[in-house]
Design a protein around this ligand. Sequence first.
Ligand SMILES: Cc1cc2nc3c(=O)[nH]c(=O)nc-3n(C[C@H](O)[C@H](O)[C@H](O)COP(=O)(O)O)c2cc1C
Length: 213
Amino acid sequence: MIKEFTSEDIEKLEKLYRAAFVNSLGGFKSVVLIGTTNSQKHENLAVFSSLFHIGANPALCGIIVRPSEVPRHTLNNILELKQYTINHITDSFYVNAHQTSARYDENISEFKEAKLTPEYIDSITAPFVKESKIKFACQLEQKIDLEINGTILLIGKIIYVSIPDNCLMTDGSVNLEAAKTITVSGLNSYHTTKKIGSLSYAKPATWPKEINL
Ligand SMILES: Cc1cc2nc3c(=O)[nH]c(=O)nc-3n(C[C@H](O)[C@H](O)[C@H](O)COP(=O)(O)O)c2cc1C
């Protein structure tokens, strides 16, 4: 049996059920840890699943921050110091990563509470996650307030990347499976992945070919 939902049906769903339903409807998402600090050097770490690619030249990515009825430490720190780190999560520390979503006070470090290790790299003020294999740093370039629901889009320029050489493929793409990077659905289900293939650039009148990377 197929279930159908209209926008009115979705609006009538119980709040938490609706959040889980709508949040997982878009499919598997990127899941990362965002590391920041403020001018008092209070470190902050939070799990985010809204990271998306905006463009490669310049190298830009976006994150969506939820509306702020409660203090949003990641947002405040990024607005204050303009730098943040983005750290991939592996199956060996996904529970620790999830724990960073708990609402801790500003002066409590989620690194400590979630048993993860801050790591600093020259010239980047924000902390990285030592346990993370693939990590990069962004400089805030643009903040856009989305009127439709009060969320905030932060656009960052990628200014530094750290990646093991066995996680880089010959065409420049990142081998996420070699890094054991995980993915998320909804707000609380974490998944490992299995690659099914890489395909040639699609053109009209030809059929994509399998390519070895
Ligand atoms: C899997 C998962 C994904 C999340 N993604 C986001 C997100 O994209 N944007 C957001 O604002 N909060 C997201 N959250 C919630 C934050 O992790 C949570 O609000 C956290 O307390 C924010 O910490 P901060 O106040 O230190 O920034 C997510 C939580 C989980 C469990």
